[in-house]
Design a protein around this ligand. Structure first.
Ligand code: NAD
Length: 304
């Protein structure tokens, strides 16, 4: 079994991004600038946003954190988003999810300008992703592709089973792995809470992506020998031995499955870290205007 080390790979990518930022500075260009909107005081959301902001600083990006009260109205939030859409000093921005219940998440995501949507959640970016047109790819699926690529894992013709069909992980990674190209060209089965005989599906998989949010759900008896197992899940599980009172647990029973898998990602130290660097990569692309100014002339023959 080989560990797919998100810590090592994400550090490699951070170094590459930091080197690019230096080059931009040396050429007298402005450094990439990411903004994040955080609504309310949810502990997990605060932790995710702080780690994104800290990562920006580490690679030399500018970052702005906009903290808004949890009882802000939807219209006030949309006004903040419009300000960011029209602020030329900001290359890309994210709105940390989940939002309070009185705010319509879809409306908010639709209001973000696609060319600044570095989370890749806007329908324009999802549509471009589906059609294999250059775009911002949602950070977690992008991180999964990157780790497969960096470990040179063969994907062509492989059977991939994705567990979970969320708009931010399961659905987009299914589309991406079925697309032409590398990593891709897989035969994909997308499983969810209504799937019958999930174990039958996972036992046929060469690659399993577990993104359902149930701690240690995937066991060795559900996995074919030598399979590639990607664990996306992050669940806080009570743990009195920890100062915080909890530990982070994945969707895969690591100790059990690692005896049978060919490759496996750990939690923590796997896809979570890859997700943060993917956001940085998208922000760098936004600053370099890679997708929305330069791709009008992209070559259809080459790209499809
Ligand atoms: P979600 O929580 O929105 O939805 C869960 C999905 O799992 C649904 O599509 C549901 O149909 C499916 N599901 C639930 N129980 C199932 C079962 N028994 N069998 C088959 N399918 C089942 O999904 P999400 O937002 O993608 O989150 C999934 C997990 O990934 C969570 O633990 C979340 O915290 C984590 N996550 C991690 C990262 C990261 O950076 N590593 C990013 C996003 C989400």
């Amino acid at each position: 079994m080989q560990l797919l080390d998100g810590k090592k790979i994400s550090q490699e990518i951070r170094n590459e991004i930091a080197a690019e930022v230096k080059k931009l500075k040396n050429k007298g260009k402005k450094v990439p600038h990411l903004a994040a909107i955080l609504v309310g005081d949810d502990g997990a959301s605060q932790a995710y946003v702080s780690s994104k902001v800290k990562s920006c600083q580490e690679v030399g990006f500018r970052s702005s954190l906009i903290k808004l009260k949890k009882d802000i109205t939807q219209n006030e939030l949309l006004t903040h988003i419009n300000l960011l859409n029209n602020d030329d000093s900001i290359d890309g921005f994210i709105v940390q999810l989940p939002l309070p219940k009185h705010i319509n998440e879809q409306k908010v995501l639709l209001c973000i300008a696609p060319e600044k949507d570095v989370d890749g959640f806007h329908p324009v970016n999802i549509g471009r992703m589906t059609l294999n047109i250059p775009c911002y790819i949602p950070a977690t699926p992008k991180g999964i592709l990157e780790i497969l690529k960096r470990y040179k894992i063969e994907t062509e013709g492989k059977h991939c089973v994705v567990i979970g069909r969320s708009n931010i992980v399961g659905l987009p990674i299914s589309i991406l792995l079925a697309r032409k190209g590398y990593p891709g060209n897989c035969t994909v089965t997308l499983c969810h809470s209504k799937t019958e005989n999930l174990k039958e599906e996972t036992l046929r998989a060469d690659i399993i992506i577990a993104a359902l949010g149930k701690s240690e759900f995937l066991k060795a008896n559900m996995v074919k020998k030598g399979a590639v197992v990607i664990d996306v899940g992050i669940t806080r599980v009570e743990d009195e031995t920890k100062k915080s009172g909890y530990r982070l647990s994945g969707d895969v029973d690591f100790d059990d499955v690692s005896k049978k898998a060919g490759y496996i990602t750990p939690v923590p130290g796997g896809i979570g870290l890859m997700t943060v660097v993917s956001l940085l990569q998208n922000t760098l692309s936004a600053a370099k205007e890679e997708f929305y100014k330069k791709t009008l002339s992209f070559n259809v023959e080459e790209d499809f």
